[in-house]
Design a protein around this ligand. Structure first.
Ligand SMILES: [Zn+2]
Ligand SMILES: [Zn+2]
Length: 132
């Protein structure tokens, strides 16, 4: 049971019926209930937490409309959800560049082969050194 109300002329209306609450927690006055034919004692006058429209319903924690109810549910979810730790992305390994002593080409080296881009260059350099 849900009835969204309209605020006008300094009062709250459900259609043409002026709605009065007789207690602070929003219990509807007997006149109002009679006029609206609301015989459910649990119904209260509420203010929507999301859009602050007035509505008659069972619980204030329910929004005034499907839209507002979704927002309320979403908020409740977020409250309960633990903040998730964001793992830092592993940095991509920087390619280690070296320059070949033989052909001056830049190349990416692995552990021990940092002087020459290839075995061919290593041997060529070795040979030329030997010749010199
Ligand atoms: Zn609302
Ligand atoms: Zn080379």
């Amino acid at each position: 049971m849900l009835m969204v109300l309209e605020e006008r002329d300094g009062g709250i209306f459900a259609g043409d019926v002026r709605v009065f609450a007789c207690t602070a927690d929003g219990r509807l006055s007997s006149e109002t209930r009679k006029a609206l034919r609301l015989y459910d004692e649990r119904l209260r006058l509420h203010t929507c937490r999301v859009c602050s429209r007035r509505f008659i319903g069972h619980h204030s924690r329910h929004g005034c409309s499907d839209e507002c109810r979704k927002v309320v549910a979403q908020r409740a979810l977020e409250k309960h959800r633990r903040p998730r730790r964001i793992k830092p992305e592993p940095k991509p390994a920087r390619p280690r560049l070296s320059q070949c002593s033989n052909c001056w080409k830049q190349f990416e080296y692995k552990r021990d082969s940092r002087d020459y881009c290839s075995n061919a260059c290593r041997q060529a350099e070795y040979r030329s050194r030997k010749a010199a």
